[in-house]
Write a protein that binds this ligand. Structure first.
Ligand SMILES: [Zn+2]
Length: 127
């Protein structure tokens, strides 16, 4: 499962950081997930919860920020490629739906620039 391996990587980084700083507990973790990653946040949070049991990170609050993909157009527009309204309630928008994003200025197809990153923004620890 994709989410499980991602959760393992995140968990390892969190534990390493906590160890390095001689933390006694991890209060919260903030993740940034690009809109094109196809990661289910529910599954990711579930895996992190399971992994952190009996560890220093047990009970840490995990915040997830979604980063919309950005796009570029031949007319010079560069910015947020946005998320179509109809997809806002779905936790796994499809790559195809993003790929047909059009330029808000001229209406041409946008060249997507990003949105497939998953990173740890902050780790809040108790020292
Ligand atoms: Zn344009």
């Amino acid at each position: 499962m994709h989410e499980y391996s991602l959760a393992c990587e995140i968990f390892e980084t969190v534990i390493e950081t906590a160890d390095k700083n001689k933390a006694i507990a991890v209060n919260s973790i903030t993740l940034e997930i690009g809109g094109l990653t196809h990661v289910s946040p529910e599954q990711l949070l579930f895996c992190l919860d399971v992994l952190s049991r009996n560890s220093i990170a047990e009970g840490a609050k995990v915040n997830v920020n979604f980063v919309p993909p950005s796009g570029e157009c031949e007319c010079g527009y560069r910015g947020d490629a946005g998320v179509p309204d109809k997809l806002r309630d779905e936790d796994q928008p499809s790559l195809y739906e993003y790929a047909i994003q059009t330029c808000p200025v001229c209406g041409k197809l946008l060249q997507l620039l990003g949105g497939d990153e998953l990173m740890i923004r902050t780790i809040d620890i108790e020292i």
